[in-house]
Design a binder for this molecule. Sequence first.
Ligand code: GNR
Ligand code: NI
Length: 172
Amino acid sequence: MTLRPIITIPDPVLKQVSEPITEIDGSVQALVDDMLQTMYDAPGIGLAAVQIGILKRIAVVDCAKEDEKPAPKVLINPEIISASEETSVYQEGCLSIPEFYEDIERPAQVRVRHLDRDGTEHEFDADGLLATCVQHEIDHLNGVLFIDYLSRLKRDRVVKKFSKQAKREATG
Ligand code: GNR
Ligand code: NI
């Protein structure tokens, strides 16, 4: 397993739409294992392949609390097949936008269909933080970031801050 560097804004790869997986082979499984290791190391509760520069529809999530046993979920070609009218608000963060947090409103419950690491199809119902996290990850696979739900003023402000930082790091 290999820790992979996490890409941050304003890298344009984060706006790209990821491609479905057509065959789950050893290379896909090795990528999943790297993603889990990278997510736990960060630490984060989710990670999409695009965040390590790979435009494939793969995400990993684990919303278990610190005192609970790990509950990794591998989401390959994940789809929301239904979403509640009811919404909930969570303060979201993103490993690709370090140390920036904002409240985001999303459907409170979703039903998700996906393949697992072995290529078996599953469906599950998510609520609470897991529902938010799965929606956040599927957004990544579609090139969408949580800051895209903020006002243009707020989004432009955070993008500008990270652009300046990237420039400083490039020029020294
Ligand atoms: O670690 C993460 N925490 C988080 C908190 C609230 C809503 C979504 C998330 S996902 C984020 C990790 C990440 O960037 N996944 O793409
Ligand atoms: Ni994210």
